[in-house]
Ligand binder design. Structure first.
Ligand code: ASP
Ligand code: MG
Length: 402
């Protein structure tokens, strides 16, 4: 059996953790499995490197930043391979160049396009454990690229798909996927299994367990994932297309504080206005999430939308620079807001989830600023200070507790 095992930064944060992981790999290897390991940078290394770069130059070129960041993963794979050799397990570390993991050309947020598997196959045939850098790739200019923060999950899934692996295990510092973040919701429960669609909603909503794109890719190539802890032998959570158990209406709740609400007030109420605004944002590569349009006085309209908080300065500048073209009365933003969502495949066939969500916000005296829904999700935008209250209220109202 061929397994891809991915270990996150906390799982390889120091010598002791590295050997802990090495022992797990040893067990699989001795079991006769072909083992491909994908690693993140040690601990907070990526943050340290980013700080270092910004200390030298507050606006480093994206190419050079990627050149720097890939060293984090390169360090961890080399050390892991050494640890395995120390345990008597033949191993080889490879970076994105050596494998040849081809990506799009955009630095900092590249997408994997194709993975050459010959080198990996060759090493596996020699009965070696192959330890591969997560998070990085190579573009058509033969430069290193990175896949966006948390991107090692995506590397693992892409490798599992390319190698037709029998299993893809994502090891992290939590036991699996929970019905809510256990740091904020005390009676959160670990899920046995969850669908790709639910996981996608939860990942993008800030559940933080898996990189969004890794789930997209797992769904596309039908790679079954297991999310489990590197520190114990608990079973973890299986992420797959369909789940067996009788489903509850809602399977999880999630919050995302990395949100800013922007309002463009007093736009003309004529065709093309929304198009001009959002086309401009799209061309600037700004991801817009919730959108609300309302008609105001004097045949004017207001448009509010949410973006990630780190894009606030860019977006406000863009809107100010284009004041003439957009022709609005004023701008306004609030970054003290958060999104709280309930997610569940069971919603598809059950009305009333939205109403129940609003009712429970009302019962907790939480004001809702904006609403958005998908087939399997209801999201409310609320004051950031109410985030934990809202999470707990929804978790209780939908009966998710242990
Ligand atoms: N080391 C990278 C990061 O911190 C990638 C990853 O951990 O998945 O974002
Ligand atoms: Mg991660």
């Amino acid at each position: 059996m061929l397994v891809v095992k991915k270990f996150g930064g906390t799982s390889v944060a120091n010598k002791e953790r590295i050997f802990n992981v090495a022992h797990r790999i040893e067990a699989a290897y001795k079991n006769g499995d072909d083992v491909v390991v994908v690693l993140s940078a040690m601990g907070k290394m990526t943050d340290v490197l980013i700080d270092q770069a910004k200390d030298i130059n507050p606006n480093p070129s994206k190419r050079e930043l990627d050149m720097l960041l890939v060293t984090g993963e390169q360090t961890s794979v080399a050390l892991m391979s050494m640890a395995l050799s120390f345990l008597g397990i033949p191993a080889v570390s490879l970076n994105a160049f050596q494998v040849a993991m081809h990506t799009t050309s955009n630095y900092g947020n590249a997408r994997l396009k194709r993975i050459d598997s010959e080198r990996i196959r060759h090493e596996l045939d020699q009965r070696k454990v192959v330890v591969i850098t997560g998070f990085q790739g190579v573009n058509k200019y033969d430069d290193f690229t990175t896949l966006g923060r948390g991107g090692s999950d995506t590397t693992a899934v892409a490798l599992a798909a390319a190698l037709h692996a029998d299993a893809c295990e994502i090891y992290t510092d939590v036991d699996g996927v929970y019905t809510a973040d256990p740091r904020f919701v005390q009676n959160a429960r670990k899920m046995k299994e969850i669908t790709y669609d639910e996981m996608l909603e939860l990942a993008s909503l800030g559940a933080g367990v898996l990189h969004n794109r890794s789930v997209e890719m797992a769904k596309k190539y039908n790679v079954q994932l297991v999310v489990r802890s590197s520190l114990n032998n608990e079973e973890g959570t299986v992420v797959k297309e369909r789940v067996k158990v009788e489903r509850m209406l809602v399977s999880g709740v999630a919050a995302d504080k990395n949100v800013t609400r922007v309002s463009v007030i007093g736009l003309h109420n004529t065709p093309g206005v929304a198009f001009r605004l959002f086309d401009m944002l799209a061309k600037a590569n700004i991801n817009v999430d919730m959108i609300l349009q309302s008609t105001g006085r004097d045949d004017k309209k207001d448009i509010s939308f949410t973006i990630t908080e780190d894009a606030t300065a860019d977006v406000m500048k863009l809107l100010e620079d284009n004041a003439g073209r957009l022709d609005y009365e004023k701008l306004d933003y609030n970054d003290h807001v958060s999104k709280v969502s309930v997610v569940g495949a069971g919603m598809r066939s059950n009305p009333g989830v939205a109403a129940k969500m609003f009712e429970c916000m009302y019962n907790s005296n939480i004001n809702i600023n904006m609403i958005s829904t998908s087939e399997i999700r209801v999201t409310v935008l609320i004051d950031e200070k109410d985030t934990e209250k809202a999470l707990n209220a929804a978790h209780d109202a939908f009966g998710l507790e242990e």
